[in-house]
Design a protein around this ligand. Structure first.
Ligand code: ADP
Length: 529
């Protein structure tokens, strides 16, 4: 306690005692004591008034040292220390004239206590200022963030934002444009890619390193009989071939692998190609090519080769055999002419066969010779002349009906086509039989019909007569000579000019071959005229 405070207490108390003695004890009850405390105690120790507490709640003070000393000596000054509060209280008690004791007191706090109290004050201030700062910061950040949150990122420059955000908006706008350009570019590439793959006749399937299908084009969907739902599924769901299973079971590398697949009577060849991106394996492209036609052609070629060797061997053996007989003088001189005739005949057959084979292989190659103007009337007249002897020999008449058109094509092909049909119609006819060649046309097509009233074609042979080397049972055709290549050549030529050929035949009653050529394929030059 400061000395000043203590002396102030004494002075203040003395003045108070004077006033109470002079006036009344009630005088002190109406005063304001500030940091002092005043207590009025009656001689029995009962508290009559206290400036801090209610008198009735206070215990009897008769044992208090300052009370006892004031009763005895008239005044007393006592100083007491409270460990709990770490405070010191100075009591000054004075006996009034009325015998009652007026006690005043003053409580002081030491440095620690002061610091402690100050610390709490400080903590309180910090706490409250913290709350206030947090509140202000929150409000401030709200006011900053609110316009940012309401920014329309799609049109950054159209936003009404504070000036500091303008550079940011400009940069966002720039990036937006760059991203949009990139997306446009990627979308365009994707559309182009889709358009290309959609029109591909080959099947194309892309799957990632985990075997998940990423993309599949229309052809592949048709081949595997699936729809778009396979995208996102495993490649095994569309193809369980040995190679694919090995890829999953043993992690086999599929790059440049080729797999053959047979589906619904079609043959496919599947090519696997690895897709790498910056040295990372990202998946595979699977290309599916329909090789059915190629397989059939291969098989036909093999059969053709076997047939050719056979067909060539027979007349050659006959020629060689007869020549040997002649060479060894084993032929009766009167039969020599006949022998020579037979050798010539076999030689002619051989030549015909070789010519047919050469023509067929040329047609197989798909090489178009130079088209030229042809008058089919002239062509047919030439054929009629060639077949004249044969017609006479077999007693078959050949007549031409309708106006033969002028066309634009390869003379040799059309000559061969009409010759083969007429030759067959004469050859597979009966004595006294007829052959009618008829031409007609409409706006779109040219129609050619070669009809005979000959032996006809058995029902079970009709669908095979266009095959190479196919001849109807010799017993039926009465061993009429033929290479079995004539109709095959006819069909090839018809297809070359995008036409179609049909056959109607009744066994014993005759046959009709009907050919339709689209005019624009045969008469393009004339149509222009
Ligand atoms: P080929 O050289 O044996 O005549 P083609 O390919 O021309 O061979 O004909 C195939 C087969 O079709 C012939 O063997 C013949 O039996 C039959 N054929 C073709 N044209 C006629 C026809 N007009 N009448 C009856 N049979 C025919």
């Amino acid at each position: 306690m400061m000395k000043n405070d203590e002396s102030m207490l004494f002075e203040y108390t003395e003045a108070l005692v004077d006033d109470v003695n002079r006036y009344s004890k009630y005088y002190i009850m109406g005063l304001n004591y500030g940091s002092f405390r005043a207590t009025l105690i009656d001689p029995s120790g009962k508290v009559i008034f206290d400036s801090v507490k209610k008198a009735k709640d206070m215990p009897n003070h008769k044992d208090r040292k300052e009370f006892l000393e004031a009763i005895e000596k008239g005044s007393s000054s006592v100083q007491r220390y409270s460990e709990t509060l770490d405070t010191e209280t100075v009591y000054y008690a004075v006996k009034l004239k009325s015998g009652e004791i007026l006690r005043t007191s003053f409580t002081t706090e030491n440095v620690f206590s002061l610091t402690w109290n100050l610390l709490w004050c400080f903590i309180g201030i910090v706490f409250f200022s913290g709350i206030i700062s947090a509140f202000i910061a929150y409000q401030l950040s709200l006011s900053i963030v609110r316009p940012i949150n309401s920014i329309d990122m799609n049109r950054p420059l159209e936003n009404d934002v504070y000036e500091e955000l303008r550079p940011l908006m400009r940069r966002i706008d720039m990036h937006q444009k760059r991203i949009k350009d990139l997306i446009d570019k990627i979308s365009k590439q994707s559309r182009e890619m889709q358009a290309i793959t959609a029109s591909m006749s080959e099947g194309l399937v892309l799957f990632n390193a985990l075997g998940i299908i990423i993309s599949i084009n229309n052809s592949a969907k048709n081949i595997f009989k699936i729809d778009d739902s396979c995208v996102g599924k495993n490649i095994l769901s569309i193809d369980r071939s040995e190679l694919i299973r090995k890829y999953f079971d043993k992690g086999e590398d599929l790059n440049n692998k080729i797999e053959d697949l047979e589906l619904d009577n079609h043959f496919y060849r599947i090519f696997f190609n690895k897709i790498d991106s910056e040295d990372n394996h990202v998946g595979y492209a699977l290309l599916v090519i329909d090789v059915t036609q190629k397989r059939i052609a291969e098989r036909q070629r093999q059969e053709f080769t076997a047939n050719v060797s056979h067909e060539l061997k027979t007349p050659l053996q006959s020629i060689i055999g007869r020549a040997e007989l002649l060479e060894n003088n084993l032929v009766n001189p009167k039969d020599i002419v006949n022998f020579a005739k037979r050798i010539r005949k076999e030689g002619e057959n051989l030549l015909n066969l070789i010519n047919d084979i050469i023509l067929l292989s040329r047609l197989d190659e798909g090489k178009r010779l130079e088209d030229e103007q042809i008058d089919l009337g002239h062509v047919l007249a030439g054929i009629k002349e060639t077949l004249e002897d044969k017609c006479k020999e077999l007693n078959v008449s050949l007549s031409i009906k309708g106006e033969a058109p002028r066309i634009y094509g390869v003379f040799r092909y059309f000559n061969q086509l009409l010759f083969n049909l007429c030759d067959n119609a004469v050859k597979y006819n009966n004595p006294g039989g007829h052959v009618w060649v008829n031409f007609c046309h409409d706006d779109n097509n040219i129609y050619i019909s070669v009809k005979d009233d000959g032996i006809g074609i058995p029902e079970n042979a009709k669908f095979r007569i266009f095959e190479r080397f196919y001849c109807v049972d010799k017993s039926h055709t009465k061993s009429r000579v033929g290479t079995g290549l004539g109709l095959s050549i006819v069909k090839h030529i018809v297809l070359l000019y995008k036409g179609k050929i049909e056959v109607e035949s009744e066994l014993g009653n005759g046959t009709e071959f009907k050919i339709t050529f689209p005019k624009d394929k045969l008469c393009h030059n004339y149509l222009d005229e």
